[in-house]
Design a protein around this ligand. Structure first.
Ligand SMILES: [Zn+2]
Length: 194
């Protein structure tokens, strides 16, 4: 079952490593002004993961330009956090996907597994069905996906396009890396929580 992998601290450790690689790349590039980047992480209290989430989940990796007069922020894409959302990205995808299809899970069962209440899960479904298809990112990438994904089947179809073995970290990595452009400022193109 998918939630077994998500309940495994080493899976989240693995995703932390992916985020660190993404952050290292951003740091090497430096600020657009030519300045060097200093560490300036955002504190986070994510929900929906396993009981023993690694300490690295207490912050979202971010940088600040060292030059006076610039001090611009650079926040690299993340496979762990969807923007400012408190729930972990993998959980937002998985729970919404599990609510769809022939063997849809009941809200109560999902709430017990992931600690998200009915209203939160309803917001995620609205996000995938109504907001996500409007994001510029999705409009660009959807043509690259084979087979074509029907908006009505989001996020389940997206999930199935990437996750072939439910305990495969690499499959999860590919899915979350695919979605990571929406985790940076302006990437989501919408405001508010879901
Ligand atoms: Zn700068």
């Amino acid at each position: 079952m998918y939630h077994v992998l998500l309940g495994d601290a080493s899976f989240w450790d693995f995703l932390s490593g992916v985020d660190k690689d993404l952050a290292d790349r951003a740091r090497q590039q430096g600020c657009p002004c030519g300045g060097r980047l200093h560490c300036a992480n955002y504190p986070r209290k994510p929900r929906g993961g396993c009981e023993n989430l690694p300490e690295s989940f207490g912050h979202r990796l971010s940088f600040c330009c060292e030059r006076d007069g610039c001090r611009k922020r650079t926040t690299p894409p993340s496979v762990r956090f969807l923007g400012r959302k408190v729930y972990l990205g993998a959980v937002v995808v998985l729970v919404a996907a599990m609510r769809q299809g022939p063997s849809a899970r009941r809200v109560r069962e999902l709430s017990q597994l992931f600690g998200a209440d009915r209203r939160t899960i309803a917001r995620w479904r609205i996000f995938w069905r109504e907001h996500f298809p409007q994001i510029p990112f999705w409009k660009v990438v959807r043509s690259r996906l084979v087979p074509k994904i029907d908006i009505a089947d989001l996020p389940r179809a997206l999930f199935e396009a990437f996750i072939h073995h439910h305990d495969s970290r690499e499959d999860w990595k590919r899915l979350l890396e695919f979605l990571s452009p929406i985790t940076i400022t302006g990437g989501l193109g919408i405001k508010g929580n879901f």
